[in-house]
Design a protein around this ligand. Sequence first.
Ligand code: ATP
Length: 450
Amino acid sequence: MLTKPDVKPSGEGAGDSAEALVEVADLEVHFGLRGSLLGRFGGKAAGAVKAVDGVNLTLRKGEVLGLVGESGSGKTTLGRTLIGLNKATGGSIRYRGQEISGLGERALRPLRRKLQMVFQDPHASLNPAMDIRTAVGHPLRIHGLVDSEQEYDARVTDALERVGLTPPERYLGKFPADLSGGQKQRAVLARAIIAEPELLVADEPISMLDMSVRAKILQLMLDLKRDLDLTYVYVTHDLASAKFFCDTIAIMYLGRIVEYGPTEQVFADPQHPYTKALLAAIPEPDPRLAVERELPRGEIPDAAAPPLGCAFHPRCPVAVAECGWEARDLRALLERRWLDLPPETSAAEKALLGNFDEPAAPGLGTVSIAPGRSHTAEDVLEYLRRLREEASASDPREPFWRGVVSMHAESGRAVVEFAPPRDPRLDLIPKTGVQVACHLHQHAASAQGT
Ligand SMILES: Nc1ncnc2c1ncn2[C@@H]1O[C@H](COP(=O)(O)OP(=O)(O)OP(=O)(O)O)[C@@H](O)[C@H]1O
């Protein structure tokens, strides 16, 4: 379980003393992969996508928590699972102390109106054949919250006023096609608040809207939060809006939280190399100052076969030995190298290695390379040692070689052994309220004796 931040988040009512609304412990959401028919007959496990893989957090009443990360980091799945739209495959979610992760649809029903979701695409969220009066008031009917049509109309009118669709009478009979994108998202928000929820999970609620209305919708959400005592989870890949909107921020990478703490603190002094890279990639609003900014090499890896140790290590410029180096990383290093070489040179280098497909298998802490035809294990080792020397001269920041603990010949093959991987755990950085999952931080802390 995460410890409480030392520094108070900036939002009203979200301080340390505010009650915990949702407590998440060791949450896992794994999606089973079907696998090939042949594989299943052969008894081969199909594996799973670990969309959420051991998440701990506490959401306090009145807090705005941002779940931030690149596509595929698991933020949407986590947001949906918090309100019961996805089933947890492990761990616990407590809402006001009540365990909700294992509840079936019937048991969840009374909670549904308290836990609402706002989706990215307001066009898809509203039924084109339903007028606004019917769409916005729908939750009142589903949950049987009104006794008369007068009460229904009064509640719908009030909700429309609250979201700025005024005068409400002008909107009641309109259809989604009559509204602009911003107006549609206002209607979606009206529908989300009408049943008096406590927690709203908003998944990229502004990313499909015109730039001109994005800030207005976020401001509206903050006003609604203040007036209706709401708590938000804001799912986004957009750090700039998260900075404006969130009290607390959780940076996600491949199903795990890598940094978590008060937004101000995370932005002022990011700790995890991934957070640093994301912050450096925020586009510069002034185009005259814009420079090419890229995330570190490579793409977010496949969640069905995540890297060993820290999942960010293959892209991390400052990774250390125990970050989880493995055979796949050697292959990626060689492939990057060969892309830059003249084709005949890279073909000659490839010919040194007899079984180049093997190093691609995930999770191999040792790789045994058969020499190519008319080559020996010593030739392969000599080649790899040359690469290591070249890297230390020309690219001393290349972290891959820090993970190699031995290269030797064994039974006619070249064997490369990597340092045993360690999974970094979220650790609190004293006096900041920020938790970070990075060996580098742990190294620094132990060097300082903290
Ligand atoms: N229903 C599902 N079945 C199988 N895999 C899924 C399912 N939903 C999500 N995933 C996988 O889980 C991982 C996390 O997906 P998720 O949508 O939660 O990430 P995200 O960070 O929100 O990305 P995006 O911004 O693209 O939505 C991805 O690898 C995705 O393909």
